[in-house]
Design a protein around this ligand. Structure first.
Ligand code: LER
Ligand code: MN
Length: 272
């Protein structure tokens, strides 16, 4: 199987600054995403039991769209973090992620551990923080593994979080922790943090299960100044088989950006 294409979709009305190409209006957006040639979505949800999450699951299935990753960023939005110094907060997020993992297993996707990691606070040490993070993850892994849902660490740039910003550092963390975690790499963050995007893709190859494939300005490939064809070439070289997801800003609007993405994917030959 070759690489597949996807876009980010929030089941709830997301803020304009969020990297959510499509937001709410599921009855219109889901058929449209499928009709222009995408294979799937990354799904931003609040509560997996709410009406929007259930409607999205049904419509995605009906329109033959796969789910790469379910994004639990809304938990971070509510102040819940796996590495938090407060045990009550860690207990709460460990509890709240379980139904999200169960929902994800029904959709055949993976779950991302991005902003839900949390940030170091004054007086905290990185090793204490990562110890708390790892403990929380060990508590959710048995359920995730029983359901066959992979958990992915996403390195995120320094302006959004202060733990695991860079790809190779995140790869080393996973290897040293011995935890059965994988990587989701996002070329927008890599462009800010990594010495070389191509070099990191090669270094991390063994653990990469998902890619957010954005140009320098967090828009579709071809809309910024990153060498997206070169990144694609390296992904081919390392035998990457997952999604290339446009977790893009909806600028100038979602349709223009999604269509620019399809134009690029057609040019490189992964969309007919
Ligand atoms: C999520 O995939 C991401 O890339 C972060 O910037 C969260 O917004
Ligand atoms: Mn991302």
């Amino acid at each position: 199987m070759s690489m597949r294409t996807s876009v980010s979709l929030s089941v709830f009305e997301a803020h304009k600054s969020a990297p959510v190409l499509f937001s709410a209006n599921l009855e219109e957006n889901i058929p449209y995403i499928s009709s222009i040639g995408y294979d799937g979505v990354d799904l931003f949800i609040h509560d997996p039991a709410d009406e929007a999450s259930i409607t999205a699951a049904g419509l995605l299935n009906q329109h033959d769209l796969g789910v790469g990753v379910v994004m639990p960023a809304a938990l971070a939005g509510r102040g819940l973090y796996f590495g938090d110094a407060d045990k009550a907060i860690r207990d709460e997020i460990v509890k709240q992620i379980i139904p999200i993992i169960e929902y994800t297993s029904e959709l055949g996707g993976m779950v991302s551990l991005g902003l839900v990691r949390g940030s170091l606070i004054e007086g905290d040490t990185l090793s204490d923080f990562m110890g708390r993070f790892s403990d929380s993850i060990e508590r959710i892994l048995p359920r995730a593994q029983a359901l066959g849902v992979d958990l992915l660490i996403e390195p995120i740039n320094r302006y959004e979080i202060n733990t695991l910003n860079e790809s190779c550092e995140s790869y080393d963390f996973i290897k040293e922790s011995g935890l059965p975690l994988y990587l989701m790499l996002d070329t927008f963050h890599m462009n800010i943090e990594d010495v070389s995007v191509e070099g990191s893709l090669r270094y991390c190859r063994e653990l990469i299960k998902h890619v957010h494939f954005l140009d320098s300005n967090r828009l579709a490939p071809g809309m910024g100044h990153s060498d997206m064809a070169s990144y694609y070439g390296v992904l081919q070289e390392i035998g990457y088989k997952g999604y290339l997801c446009l977790e893009a800003l909806s600028r100038p609007d979602e349709h223009t950006c999604a269509e620019k993405g399809i134009e690029f994917f057609r040019k490189i030959g992964i969309v007919k």
